[in-house]
Write a protein that binds this ligand. Structure first.
Ligand SMILES: C[S@@+](CC[C@H](N)C(=O)[O-])C[C@H]1O[C@@H](n2cnc3c(N)ncnc32)[C@H](O)[C@@H]1O
Length: 471
């Protein structure tokens, strides 16, 4: 059950069970020295009220007191305020749990020392720089346009980090990486460019320090699993809660500012499985209003999406050495598409190297290169470290071009037909004639392949010799 709790976080944290939380994200008030002001309000049922609540009842808002607090605790900030709360955070984290601590550059270094003290220096995993370029710019110094997010784990040898669930980013120069890679995007690094929640942004709640969902979503996906419990004890507008709803995590949100609770009551209007503790959200709920902030996707569809993203994680986890390879996506292609991809890569590469290339669309020979009929074969590296070029036919072409792709390199050979068949293994005989396969282990090359290629540079030298231009 999700929980939203009104109150000072320290005593609440102290009452929570040890190791019961999988992920903590906190964005405490920065020690900026500015005064924050908020007005405490009470709501009363009234016929001429300014708010519509449960069952269409009308409520009146009454200002009880205007409260100001300094967003500054002086020296007390680190040791008096943060330290005891961070000690609780450490105690609450499960053995594979992670803390994301969001802070600004003026406090970051002091906070890091406290966090090192509590978690141990080896538990410090990353400093994420959230960079934005928005708003006014100082003229007397480098304009500061970033926040720092420290990542600490309970156990640096064993923690949750779902590389494959992380949203990918566009390449800065997509033209340099080729269309497939450009379309797939790249894994983010520790520098995250993301715009702030703008005044006209759809996700804006009106809470002054609201953080963007894009930043929080990435944290939730990377460092928690389906059904895990996520805690934010400086919850503000409840961004962490919204992200947890999206990705099927449970959440506990704590804030001691009634204005934050009011914003969360609106934000989570219509979300049923939340227990509100110390605060009645009903008068502030926007159910029935035209613009509820959280639009609920259909529950069943959502369930399938999270089940699939969970499975994707498991399946892609099997790729092992292919992780982060620009060719990883080709592993799951069906054979016909793999064949087409190989043929097109060979055609493009040969054309770039200055050979004349024509596509034949003939099952025996797919390309005509410099006037020679070429069969093209493509293999990604098999788990035993082998390339297997399959369905090599016995007639209908002059040369067979074999392109092998490993996670971080490519190999290629060009063999005259008779020579290739002499060194191939019979795969099967059939109506279409006998088919063979050629196996090559790039880490232990057999001597018969040595004069026919190897690297892409080597194969292009061989091709110039074996395929002099002819009409
Ligand atoms: C920077 S804001 C968090 C904003 C939030 N990340 C978001 O996306 O909306 C910090 C919050 O911590 C709350 N806070 C400050 N001291 C607190 C305390 N002792 N207990 C609970 N909440 C506290 C403030 O009311 C404020 O809402």
């Amino acid at each position: 059950m999700n929980k939203i709790i009104f109150g000072d976080n320290l005593p609440i944290l102290k009452n929570m069970e040890s190791e019961s939380i999988d992920l903590i994200y906190i964005d405490p008030p920065f020690n900026t020295g500015k005064t924050q002001s908020n007005t405490r309000i009470k709501v009363q049922k009234s016929n001429d009220g300014d708010r519509i609540g449960f069952q269409g009842n009308s409520y009146k808002t009454i200002a009880v007191e205007t409260k100001q607090y300094m967003d500054s605790f002086g020296d007390e900030y680190i040791d008096g305020f943060l330290r005891p709360r961070l000690e609780e955070a450490f105690r609450l984290l499960s053995p594979r749990g992670t803390l994301y601590f969001h802070i600004d550059y003026r406090e970051a270094h002091y906070c890091k020392i406290v966090l090192d003290n509590i978690f141990g220096r080896s538990s410090f995993i990353n400093e994420i720089i959230w960079a934005y370029d928005f708003g006014g710019k100082a003229k007397s110094k480098w304009p500061t346009k970033h926040d720092n997010i420290f990542v600490y784990v309970k156990d640096p040898k064993n923690y949750v980090f779902n590389t494959h669930s992380i949203d990918r980013e566009p390449y800065m120069a997509p033209g340099l990486v080729g269309p497939e890679k450009a379309q797939r995007g790249k894994l983010p690094t520790d520098t995250w460019w993301h715009t702030i929640v703008g005044t006209n942004s759809r996700e804006r709640t009106g809470y002054p320090t609201q953080k963007p969902l894009g930043v929080i979503n990435r944290i939730i996906q990377a460092s928690s699993n389906l059904g895990d419990t996520v805690l934010d004890f400086f919850a503000g507008s409840g961004t962490v809660g919204e992200s947890c709803i999206k990705f099927d995590r449970e959440f506990i949100l704590i804030d001691n500012n009634p204005a934050a609770l009011e914003v969360m009551a609106k934000r989570f209007s219509g979300v049923a499985n939340i227990e509100w503790i110390g605060f009645d959200p009903v008068p502030f709920s926007s159910v029935g209003n035209a613009h509820p902030i959280v639009t609920q996707p259909p529950a069943n569809y959502d369930l399938l999406v999270s089940a699939a993203s969970y499975l994707r994680n498991e399946l892609e986890g099997e790729f092992g050495v292919w992780e982060d390879s620009p060719f990883q996506w080709t592993l799951v292609l069906p054979p016909a598409k793999k064949g087409k991809l190989g043929r097109n890569m060979i055609a493009t590469w040969c054309a770039m190297k200055g050979f004349s290339v024509e596509k034949l669309g003939d099952p025996d020979a797919s390309l005509l290169i410099n006037g020679y009929r070429i069969a093209t074969k493509f293999s990604t590296l098999w788990s035993g470290g082998l390339y297997k070029f399959q369905q090599v036919r016995d007639t209908g072409y002059d040369f067979v071009f074999c392109l092998g792709i490993s996670p971080d390199q490519a190999h290629a050979w060009i063999f005259p037909r008779e020579f290739a068949l002499k060194n191939a293994t019979i795969q099967h005989g059939g109506k279409k004639g006998t088919e063979y396969w050629i196996t090559i282990k790039p880490a232990a090359l057999p001597s018969w392949v040595l004069s026919y290629g190897g690297t892409l540079d080597q194969v292009s030298v061989v091709m110039k010799k074996l395929l002099p231009k002819r009409k």
